[in-house]
Design a protein around this ligand. Sequence first.
Ligand SMILES: [Fe+2]
Ligand SMILES: [Fe+2]
Length: 389
Amino acid sequence: MSRAVAFLNALAQALSSLGLYPAGHRSRERALDLAFERLLDLLNEDERPEFSFLGDEVVYRTMPLREMRAWEWSQRLADAGIQRLQFDRTATREELEDFLGESLARLTLQFIDTAEARQMRPSGIRFGVLGIQGADELETREIATASVSYSLREEADAVRWMHEQVSDQRPLPLVEAEAVVRALTVAMHGDQAMLLPLLKLRQADEYTTTHALNVCVLTMALAEWLGLGARDVRAFGIAGLLHDIGKVAIPHDVLTKKSGWGERERQIMSRHPAAGARIIMTSSSDLDLAAVVAYEHHIMINGGGYPTLKFGRECHRASLLVHVCDVYDALRSNRPYRDAWPAGKVLAYLEERSGLEFDGHVAHAFTEMMREWEPQVTPLHAEEALPIG
Ligand SMILES: [Fe+2]
Ligand SMILES: [Fe+2]
């Protein structure tokens, strides 16, 4: 990890020097030497280092680099269309210099299209927007299968562990929740196209975990679809991940009951939004949005749902998004009391209930997004790698 940070710092220095000094200048050559040296150090411990620049965030492989949070170059590179940067062992100093040159050209808006050059000459450095632009089809395929592969196993384990912590009355592990959301953000942008890595439920007791992850992914995708910025998308993602955290207090037999609920079960169930908000608020004051969403995610826009409200309430936008994504994932999953519905039936249901249960604009955007992105939905089990393509 520290080698990745050392390399990025040297890279920033080289970018500055290249902007200041002409070719052949000693300072420029020294900065390039140093950057290349750091790259070789990094390649020694990681054969295919890969960075994502998500605006205010730098992600190395799937881990966000906390040390680089305030790194100004991340935003600049992302704005210049370099959101993803990959190296392999064949990378040369000359290629690094070329890459820095093109980055600078993009940064200073003297955009020179070197796509053709890159196509002709295979390089150990690849970069671009959400995948690699300008590469020919063959190369793209190669990149897709060779360098991007995610498994959600770790994320599923982390979520399961978070739920255990909370049910043992321990504080909500915030750092893990944030790490899961960041890892999902990277998995969603792993290839040229947006991906929706959704988990398919295999066993009934996995539901809490898969549901939390799926609602998180869907909420972030919808937030992005609606044009929200990266920071908001992640905040909405945390809210999606934690929306049902109040269910940890619900007895197992109520959660897994096969037939319809009686009044007692209904009452117990209807407490989970307030319980969730409480758990989140006592864990961190930074998570007020997640707490609001936990409280509001079953409130319908016509005032129905629960908790029962004495006075009408306009729910936060994040709650409107989570509500739709929540119902979608619940209906798409096998439950003890009914089988999963096919996607088309769920989307029709959301449309039918739009304006009553769901906010019309949000429900419409969601169904539109799912129809458009259906080929990008990647159903996977927690232990499987996510295939790209
Ligand atoms: Fe819920
Ligand atoms: Fe839910």
